[in-house]
Write a protein that binds this ligand. Structure first.
Ligand code: EN5
Length: 385
């Protein structure tokens, strides 16, 4: 068991790390000590590249992920990252095509595997260091059980190490060595009728459709005075608020203004950000969410769910429930079917009041080549796309 993970610098499952321990598992290596050539692949597969700035290549990657990426436990739903969302997620500041790792089936040239990374500064407990965040690890359904995943992981870190970075963060639904935190998904139903029809949720006991619709109804307009879309000129103030808040967590990004602007400025159908402006012009609160479609597998009528995910926020004046409530109103206006949030940060403080319910999905957080005690979900302040 764990034939690959036993060769990697990760804390084995079931090992409890002592309080106060917080550092690398393996020392940084000099460039000359690192493997200079790519890992060997099984016969029939070869390393390849992809240029996601070219729409044709982006489309190929989009289709690959749309058909092969993460599904829920019961294989009823699969993530459907749109082309613009993918391009945005893959090209955050500091990105490089070297870290968009592709394996192709040599004969057919089709994509057999993919893994990506981008640089980010991470604070873990009391230490700040440059890491990568990796995402979109995926092997084609027809090429599973051929040990391509270990190759993708090892090759990605080989290239990252050659750039002088030796730690990375990522998330996964499955439980693996190197885990530092476990989070749960919560859901705020919006389009009740559609969610029932596709089996995303069931009719509550002793409830009719009408009752359930009424229960989840949302007002047409926002109610926090001064709540409005974030503009470019709000960015420095919103970042100050967020930076203050993120400091309070044991795992969080340390964002430059360029990164914050890239991640949180309004982009239609990708991310939306809002602020609360007081009458004196002061910006006191900030909240954002991103749009990620989900394919409904095997359904006659509905092919896709429009899902919004709570992203970064920071509230200094408005109560969190009021802020997120207005966020729900906005999501509803943009035709969102369900609003998702993890039980990270202070999210548990508004779940009950805003009628979120616990989902059946888990999201585990990982740090590669790092040893530290486990972090509770409410001490996690990092969100990956
Ligand atoms: C990225 N690096 O499981 C890796 N979603 O709860 C990403 N469940 O949508 C890894 N199974 O609970 C992502 N409805 C891992 C997550 C993969 C996707 C996933 C879960 C999250 C999900 C839904 C549908 C379940 C369908 C059957 C769910 C019930 C919600 C309901 C709300 C109201 C109160 C009762 C429960």
């Amino acid at each position: 068991e764990w034939k690959f993970w036993r060769t990697q610098p990760v804390t084995p499952l079931g090992i409890k790390v002592a309080k106060g321990k917080n550092g690398p598992i393996e020392e940084n290596k000099h460039i000359e000590q690192l493997k200079q050539e790519p890992y060997e692949l099984p016969d029939g597969f070869s390393w390849s590249e992809i240029n996601v700035s070219h729409d044709e290549q982006l489309k190929e990657l989009y289709t690959f992920l749309n058909e092969n990426y993460v599904e829920d436990n019961d294989n009823m739903f699969r993530f459907d990252y749109s082309m613009p969302l993918l391009q945005w997620a893959l090209c955050s500041p500091g990105w490089t095509p070297k870290w968009h790792v592709v394996i192709r089936h040599t004969e057919s040239r089709e994509i057999a595997g993919f893994y990506s990374a981008a640089p980010i500064k991470i604070k873990v407990y009391d230490k700040e260091l440059p890491m990568i965040e990796s995402n979109f690890l995926c092997v084609h359904k027809n090429f599973r059980l051929r040990r391509l995943t270990p190759k993708l992981i090892a090759e990605l870190y080989r290239r990252v190490n050659l750039s002088g970075i030796f730690q990375g963060v990522n998330t996964a639904g499955v439980l693996l060595p190197g885990v530092v935190g476990k989070c749960l998904y919560w859901h705020r139903l919006i389009n009740v009728e559609k969610l029932l029809s596709v089996g995303f949720t069931q009719l509550g006991r002793r409830m009719t459709l009408q009752m359930m619709k009424e229960m989840y109804q949302l007002p047409k307009t926002t109610r926090v005075r001064g709540f409005r879309e974030m503009r470019e000129s709000d960015i420095p103030k919103a970042l100050t608020l967020l930076t203050q808040y993120l400091k309070t967590f044991d795992l969080s990004p340390v964002l430059t203004q360029e990164e914050f602007q890239y991640l949180c400025q309004n982009r239609p159908n990708i991310v939306r950000s809002f602020v609360v402006e007081q009458e004196n012009g002061e910006i006191t609160d900030f909240v954002s969410y991103y749009h990620l479609l989900t394919t409904v597998l095997n359904h006659q009528q509905h092919k896709t769910l429009n899902i919004c995910y709570l992203y970064y926020y920071a509230a200094s004046r408005t109560s969190l429930s009021d802020l997120i409530n207005d966020c729900l109103v906005e999501a509803h206006k943009s035709d969102c079917d369900v609003f998702n949030a993890l039980d990270v940060m202070d999210n548990r403080k508004f779940f009950r009041q805003l009628k979120f319910g616990e989902g059946d999905g888990i999201l585990n957080y990982y740090i590669y080549n790092w040893q530290c005690p486990r972090i509770n979900s409410e001490k996690i302040g990092l969100l990956l796309l």
